[in-house]
Design a binder for this molecule. Structure first.
Ligand code: URA
Length: 237
């Protein structure tokens, strides 16, 4: 592995910062100052020091909240070569995985981490947390439609678990309303299918919360590292 990548993988600095450390003579390999940025490290046998401290590849866990813009896929790459959310994380050296998915057309909160245990736990049906979506939907649902939506609707081969739908705003002349929807599950295109099933298809969809984790001040395409409290909260779920 190249020296700057090695330093980044040890969680000491980003790759670019690692090059600065090397250029300023602060990195030693087997006791000698590194002079070549292209130096390859033998991870098992070489001893690397930064500022006099031996560094090692023990994995640093990274937890990120990303504001996914519309028009990005949540997986690595697809056959259409559409942009991936991972393209927005170029300053992060660790390989991160999304906790659940958002559709290509859906924007909003996506948690990413390299902590496989947490990803597994949060995506397991037993631990699924409440997810809140703000949706612009066609028309305005009646009270009867809302209680159908909330009580569980038959979609394809399953009945949805209890959910909530709150109308925030209605534009009668333009024929749409804005609603907050809370669901506990996370099946494929579930919100879109549920809204369609009550006759009010989604025109625009954004996830605003996953449990207590929110977007805070993020703008589309931006991300932030979760706070210690947020990480603890997710681990304790
Ligand atoms: N439900 C949907 O329909 N789409 C998403 O991206 C997430 C939930």
């Amino acid at each position: 592995m190249r020296i700057n990548k090695y330093i980044a993988s040890c969680g000491v600095a980003s790759r670019r910062k690692a090059e600065e450390l090397i250029n300023s003579g602060r990195v030693l390999v087997n006791g000698k100052v590194v002079e070549e940025l292209s130096l390859q490290i033998d991870e098992k046998n070489d001893e690397v020091q930064v500022d006099g401290k031996v560094i090692s590849l023990s994995q640093k866990d990274v937890y990120i909240a990303l504001y996914k813009p519309e028009g990005y896929i949540t997986t690595v790459k697809d056959q259409f070569n559409r942009p991936s959310v991972l393209d927005l994380l170029t300053s992060i050296d660790e390989r991160l995985y999304p906790v659940g998915r958002l559709d290509y057309e859906t924007s909003g909160l996506l948690i990413l981490t390299n902590d496989g245990d947490l990803t597994y736990k949060l995506t397991h049906p037993k631990h699924n947390i409440d997810k809140v979506y703000r949706a612009k939907i066609k028309g305005r649902p009646s009270e009867e439609e809302i209680s159908r939506f909330e009580g569980g609707i038959h979609i394809e081969d399953y009945v949805t678990a209890k959910a909530r739908l709150k109308v925030l705003k209605e534009s009668r002349d333009k024929g749409y309303s804005v609603v907050d929807i809370t669901i506990h599950e996370g099946r494929n295109r579930q919100v879109r299918k549920m809204c369609k099933a009550i006759g009010h298809p989604v025109l625009r969809l954004q996830r605003i919360n996953m449990g207590k984790i929110g977007l805070k001040d993020l703008k589309p395409g931006e991300f932030r590292h979760l706070s210690e409290d947020e990480i603890k909260y997710l681990k304790d779920i």
